[in-house]
Design a binder for this molecule. Structure first.
Ligand code: ATR
Length: 280
């Protein structure tokens, strides 16, 4: 029997998730249909109810619904609670269970696909929205050294740092002070600046030839940050395509009890996705 899955977002037209999940399902010989559902924030809750009535078994949640979805869940995993956001829903008899696979997806991509050691890296996280909240706990669990969180709106960086609750290790800083922070071994761009075609002015002093610079976006949205990192001579510059595929693979294994192989779809999408990248 075909099982129904979907990704909810706004906008959603360019989502690669239906393709990724269709490829995983084919590889594993599982019959699913997986559609993209565009719904505004006002209509999200109703759209999710209709999806359940239609027989929806699981869903991915993307911008801008991750926090709303968290609030609608009956139960949430510990990593979803730490992020305050969910990207994966599983239907039970009584309601939705929520998980967040973004953080582990990023770590898997960096450490397994790209064979990068994150341990001991002095890390800068740019942004304090949903994406930043999703990855910060996983970065800390992966053994990075100190984490500096810098956000255009300072209060949101403070709130993220407070929520993590590791004052000796995680510090908020002002955007204006970026030039005084020295250099970093890992810089994660979790802002949505690239998606809005607005530029982020970042000093080259943040980067050395040992720096790994990662944009959580891919395609056009990642170009500005990746160009900056390359111009600053960062040792390694990556986009978020691998993270997208790995978070999907973790979600797939939650739904279907089997972990798909990700190299083939990564290779296919890498050829098609516009954007700068190296290291693979
Ligand atoms: P996401 O789920 O992708 O994180 P979000 O929750 O809307 O989306 O968060 C967007 C993040 O990008 C925020 O940290 C935002 O900063 P503010 O909190 O100050 O809004 C950041 N951002 C968006 N545009 C930016 C820009 N032009 N320069 C710097 N940061 C920007």
């Amino acid at each position: 029997m075909t099982q129904h899955f979907a990704v909810f977002g706004y906008p959603i037209a360019h989502s690669l998730s239906p393709r990724i999940h269709a490829a995983f399902a084919k590889q594993q010989g599982i019959a699913i249909d997986y559609t993209a559902i565009e719904t505004t924030p006002e209509n999200f809750s109703e759209a999710l109810k209709s999806f359940h009535k239609f027989g929806g078994r699981g869903a991915n949640i993307t911008l801008p619904h991750k926090q709303t979805a968290f609030a609608l869940c009956e139960k949430t995993s510990e990593r979803a609670q730490r992020a305050g956001a969910v990207n994966t829903l599983i239907r039970t008899e009584t309601g939705w269970d929520g998980d967040n696979t973004d953080g582990p997806g990023l770590i898997h991509d960096l450490t397994e696909r790209h064979r990068l050691d994150l341990r001991g890296r002095r890390t800068l996280l740019l942004g304090a929205g949903g994406a930043a909240r999703g990855v910060a706990p996983a970065l800390l669990d992966a053994g990075i050294d100190e984490l500096f969180v810098v956000n255009r709106t300072a209060g949101k960086a403070d709130a993220l740092v407070d929520a993590i609750g590791q004052p000796g290790r995680v510090h908020p800083r002002y955007w204006e002070d970026l030039k005084d922070l020295g250099s970093f071994d890992l810089i994660i761009n979790a802002t949505s600046a690239g998606r809005q075609a607005s530029s982020t002015a970042l000093p080259f002093t943040l980067v050395t030839t040992r720096t790994l610079a990662v944009d959580l976006s891919y395609s056009e949205a990642a170009i500005a940050f990746m160009s900056w990192a390359k111009a600053a001579n960062a040792g390694n510059v990556l986009d978020g395509l691998g993270m997208l595929i790995e978070q999907a693979a973790i979600g797939f294994s939650i739904w279907h009890g089997v972990r798909p192989e990700t190299d083939e779809i990564y290779g296919q999408l890498r050829k098609e996705v516009v954007g700068l990248h190296n290291g693979d």
